[in-house]
Design a protein. Structure first.
Lengths: 60, 232
């Protein structure tokens, strides 16, 4: 039981770490990480998998 | 529509993916590294699907937009499972596969919940917002997990060379994307030039895995360097 709780705790720590990292990156970026709502061309994001040109966001 | 150079850069990745699959089949590593191969197949299918839809409907069509973002999210999920399968291999000797599965499930659900909590205020296209947000968040989770896995490999003195190759190539892949992104933010004037880098980086992962399947035998062993030198 305690092992399971440790795993859950570790997973939570990873999640918190990853989301903190994302927040830091988004804060110090030009906003291209979050594919910004509203107008303007969407810049390519760094983690696109596979090939293909980046299209505009679908919710404009 | 993209120009000829963009097409060339885009489809430069496809031969590497095919090569990785051929090497995996030749070396009988398809089932052993199932999730890694699944990611390569999914990436190949996504590339071909994107090309078909782009060619038929155009870059600004909703068909292409939806296919692009949804396929990207699926690929990120596949990459997450590939990474978790590497965790399973590393922790197999500790009989911790059950806990790795539990952790993976918890992380995926946690990331999905977090993504939903971020996008729930969206008035329209909630599902699409959610899919894109989940894809972004999983990328960061994958990045952190890869570095943690490398730390575990060093700590556990993992010696399986092919496994080390796989994990390192994944780490380099994530890091190169992050570096390109950082460079683009630091030098916005070079943005157009740096845009050519992601398709080239995308070639790295299947290329490195193809090399690992072909050149590194399953039974090969390497001793990683110690984290710190202890004086005698």
């Amino acid at each position: 039981m305690s092992r399971r709780l440790t795993v859950v705790l570790l997973a939570m720590l990873v999640l918190v770490g990853a989301m903190s990292l994302k927040t830091v990156v988004v804060t110090h970026s030009d906003g291209s990480v979050i594919m910004a709502n509203g107008g303007g061309p969407v810049p390519p994001t760094p983690w696109k998998n596979g090939g293909g040109p980046v299209p505009p966001t679908p919710w404009k | 529509m993209p120009g000829p150079l963009e097409y060339v850069l885009w489809f430069l990745c496809t031969p590497f993916e095919v090569l990785a699959l051929v090497c995996a089949i030749k070396k009988k590593a398809i089932t052993r590294y199932f999730f890694l191969n699944l990611y390569i197949v999914a990436s190949l299918v996504a590339s071909l699907g994107r090309y078909q839809i782009l060619h038929r409907y155009g870059i600004n069509s909703m068909e292409y937009v939806y296919f692009y973002y949804y396929s990207d999210a699926l690929l990120t999920i596949c990459l997450f499972f590939a990474l978790m399968s590497l965790y399973s291999y590393v922790f197999a000797e500790l009989n911790a596969e059950r806990y790795v599965r539990l952790g993976a499930l918890f992380l995926l659900s946690g990331t999905a919940l977090f993504s939903y909590s971020v996008v729930q205020q969206s008035s329209s296209k909630l599902v699409t917002h959610f899919v894109v947000e989940l894809s972004q968040n999983l990328y960061f989770v994958g990045l952190v997990l890869t570095y943690l896995l490398w730390g575990s490999i060093m700590k556990l003195r993992e010696t399986r060379t092919r496994l080390i190759h796989m994990v390192l190539s994944l780490g380099v892949y994530f890091s190169l994307f992050a570096a390109t992104y950082a460079l683009r933010n630091l030098y916005p004037t070079m943005s157009s030039m740096l845009q050519a880098l992601p398709p080239l980086i995308a070639c790295f992962l299947p290329g490195a895995w193809a090399y690992a399947f072909w050149k590194v035998p399953e039974e090969a062993r390497t001793v990683p360097a110690r984290l710190a030198t202890v004086p005698r």
